[in-house]
Design a protein around this ligand. Structure first.
Ligand SMILES: Cc1cc2nc3c(=O)[nH]c(=O)nc-3n(C[C@H](O)[C@H](O)[C@H](O)COP(=O)(O)OP(=O)(O)OC[C@H]3O[C@@H](n4cnc5c(N)ncnc54)[C@H](O)[C@@H]3O)c2cc1C
Length: 717
């Protein structure tokens, strides 16, 4: 209502301005013609005339009316350079700020709703450099004054910042105009006031803040490096620390663009994913799934069978899978690609020197233009009394330790309700272990919506996992062979006996022992980097788990691209790492896949959204596969088909998600998915049907009613 009132008042004032012919007064000829009259008024009313001039100037600029330039000349002509400048400078800034506020109040809400995405990006830029942009625009008088006011009003620039930057930025231009006004008789046209030379000077002035900023950045860089001696020559363009996903991709990119790259790996090439993470866990999950299918073969008309197996053979397969994939990440492959692969432990000595304690006993020092730290993460081991003597395993030690067992651990406790804890709990339960999954919080997979956690819990419980949420581990006790985890649940202590304890309470970035402390690179939970993945030293980058915020193989590779390209070509162009569309999956059965925001996050962030939902028990292929548990849920803004977030619970959810990831990444909405042919009968049809659910909810009722009437008429009824 208030908004409408303001619009009406502004429209009325603008209409009155033109209707009463005020625009005719704001011309150079009229000004010249009336100068004597104005001067007479000024002599008669020395206080009132400047005040009236000020008010009129504010009104003209606040309403974005034509004539500000003429009024500025008038300021000079009437009041002289000093007083004219004072009046015009303040009046123009106040008027501009009022126009800015009017645009903000009347338009910003609706513009933000319509262009929220694009505006978010602009606002991020404005947050960082809004004052700079505005200053440049104000200095260079070729950008129309009123457009700057209105456009800036649509951004999130602070009003005070807008005011003072405008006042300062417009000062030089105002001086020129007011000064010209003092010689009004000699001016023939407004265009004549600014000669090309003068405009060029203003352009140079406009560029000045950017140049100044670049200089400040250069000085800051210099200061960081002050205490170090930069080498004259470099052995390498790039040294990469860590041969996991982040390090391998960084080195690969470096070698592809013919840079001289060394990749240093202290332990096993392929890092955690290949040796202790994604690969062995997925291999184990597959064996567990087959065992589960044998047990439930009767669902498919076959005789159900209790799987007879040697656990050693299962674990041997896990190691075989690692061996089969190993060549993809091997030193030989990367050497073949042109990377100098060094087995050894790297320590950063100074911003350009890496010392390697080589596996062959030698010590090697390499100077390098840039360094990428991709040292990964390791299992977090909680400070639990008795844990050290509890014979626990983590994802690092489990694969070797369990390979020595003939059968799965009869009683396995998995500490942790996150993705790793849940995947391994489910797999071991299916392989025959009695698994107790102990989680302190109220639910497992806490990053997902509650209904997802609940469905995951039900499915895991159905396969024998005792999901013990709100159970806090207190201590481990050991009495001979008897091993006990003491937990607290609802205020009371409970004793859980186990044969094996798997600690999976999270992973912590590797931050010590290789030079970060000595160089002063801050790293509390992860290495601190800016959006270009630069650390405190702009030539030292970090990527992957060691830098966070995500801990996935695909995000490590994604970050590696930015780190490598910025490290090698940052002097020409730097790229900001883009975390907008990051998918992930938890490989329990049914799988849980996510991209974008969840329902809970949307509510928390105050985003208005709708949900399109499709249940897998309605999908032909899921019915044929007896894999009907699960659903697809897509979040969209109200009334729009743009995808804000997706969760899929179901068989092959991780694969199904790719279509949504692609759509989000390239700005395709649900209508586009609906308009795409999906092979029948596939699980992927569920994506299209979810889009169909959205469409059904947005069908054009009025048009359909008219169509009904039309068809009735056609039938002659
Ligand atoms: C059980 C489990 C299951 C997982 N499942 C998945 C999954 O399904 N999907 C997924 O996307 N992610 C999964 N992950 C996470 C994934 O493994 C990691 O996100 C990924 O490995 C991170 O890669 P990175 O390059 O950052 O680090 P890493 O792979 O940890 O590599 C870092 C390497 O740096 C080396 N290093 C460290 N310091 C030095 C030094 N000073 N000198 C030389 N070398 C050094 C280490 O030896 C290591 O090899 C899983 C993890 C675990 C533990």
């Amino acid at each position: 209502m208030k908004r409408l009132l303001i619009v009406v008042v502004i429209a009325a004032l603008v209409a009155a301005f033109f209707a009463l012919g005020f625009n005719d007064y704001l011309t150079l000829d009229r000004l010249k013609g009336s100068q004597a009259q104005f001067e007479q008024w000024l002599t008669q009313y020395p206080l009132l005339v400047p005040l009236a001039f000020f008010a009129l100037y504010v009104l003209v600029t606040a309403l974005s009316l034509p004539g500000a330039a003429i009024m500025t000349l008038a300021g000079g002509a009437l009041f002289g350079l000093g007083q004219g400048l004072l009046l015009v400078s303040f009046a123009s800034s106040v008027g501009a700020t009022l126009a800015f506020l009017a645009a903000r109040f009347v338009l910003r809400g609706s513009v933000e709703k319509r262009f929220s995405d694009r505006l978010q990006a602009i606002n991020r830029g404005v947050d960082r450099e809004g004052a700079f942009y505005l200053f440049t625009l104000r200095l260079v008088p070729v950008f129309p004054f009123f457009i700057i006011n209105l456009v800036m009003g649509l951004t999130r620039l602070k009003t005070w910042t807008f005011y003072w930057v405008s006042q300062l930025g417009m000062l030089a231009g105002t001086v020129v105009y007011v000064n010209a006004g003092t010689q009004l008789a000699e001016i023939d046209s407004l265009g004549g006031i600014f000669s090309p030379g003068l405009i060029l000077s203003f352009v140079l002035l406009g560029i000045f803040p950017w140049v100044a900023k670049a200089i400040v950045r250069w000085v800051q860089r210099k200061r960081v490096y002050k205490r170090w001696q930069k080498p004259q020559h470099f052995d390498r363009n790039l040294v990469v620390i860590g041969g996991g996903a982040g390090g391998l991709v960084s080195a690969y990119i470096g070698a592809t663009v013919r840079a001289k790259v060394s990749l240093v790996e202290a332990h096993k090439m392929g890092g955690d994913c290949l040796n202790y993470g994604c690969v062995p866990s997925k291999a184990l999950i597959k064996s567990a799934k087959v065992a589960h299918q044998m047990r439930h073969a009767d669902e498919y008309g076959l005789a159900a069978a209790q799987p007879a197996f040697s656990f050693r053979a299962v674990m041997a397969r896990v190691h075989r899978v690692i061996k089969d994939i190993e060549p993809h990440d091997s030193a030989e492959r990367y050497t073949g690609l042109g990377v100098d692969v060094v087995q050894g432990y790297a320590t950063i000595i100074d911003p350009w020197t890496v010392e390697i304690a080589r596996a062959d006993g030698e010590t090697q020092r390499l100077t390098t233009r840039s360094i990428i730290i991709a040292a990964g993460a390791q299992p977090l081991v909680p400070d639990l009394p008795g844990l050290e003597d509890s014979d626990y395993v983590t994802s690092d030690t489990l694969w070797e330790r369990f390979a020595e067992l003939d059968s799965p651990p009869p009683r396995l406790i998995v500490l942790g309700g996150g993705p790793i804890g849940s995947e391994l709990s489910h797999a071991f339960a299916r392989l025959g272990s009695h698994v107790s999954q102990v989680e302190k919080g109220p639910r497992i997979l806490a990053k997902e919506d509650e209904e997802v956690s609940e469905l995951a819990r039900q499915c895991m419980a159905a396969d024998g996992v005792a999901v013990l949420t709100e159970h806090e581990a207190l201590r481990c006790e050991r009495n001979g062979d008897k091993k006990v985890l003491v937990v607290k649940h609802q205020g009371a202590e409970k004793r859980l006996e186990y044969d094996q304890l798997l600690v999976a309470v999270g992973r912590t970035a590797r931050l010590t022992g290789y030079g970060l402390e000595e160089l002063g690179i801050s790293a509390e939970r992860t290495i601190d980097t800016n959006e270009y993945l630069e650390t405190l030293y702009p030539n030292i980058y970090a990527a992957g788990d060691v830098a966070g915020p995500y801990q996935f193989t695909h995000t490590a590779s994604h970050m590696a691209w930015y780190a490598a390209v910025n490290a090698l070509f940052g002097q020409f162009k730097r790229f900001k790492v883009d975390y907008r569309v990051i998918p992930w999956s938890t490989f329990i059965d049914p799988e849980v896949a996510r991209v974008g925001i969840s329902e809970a996050e949307a509510i928390e962030q105050g985003i208005e959204f709708e949900v399109a939902r499709f249940e897998l028990h309605e999908l032909d292929r899921a019915i044929a596969d007896s894999a009907t548990t699960g659903f697809i849920k897509v979040l969209t803004p109200k009334g729009k088909d743009k995808i804000l977030g997706v969760v899929i619970v179901g068989s092959e959810a991780s694969n199904l998600m790719t279509e949504f990831v692609l759509a989000m990444r390239h700005g395709l909405g649900l209508n586009k998915i609906l308009g795409t042919i999906h092979t029948y009968p596939t699980l992927s049809e569920a994506n299209k049907y979810t889009a169909g659910e959205w469409k059904k909810a947005h069908k054009p009722e009025t048009i359909l009613n008219w169509l009904e009437k039309y068809h009735t008429w056609r039938r002659g009824a």
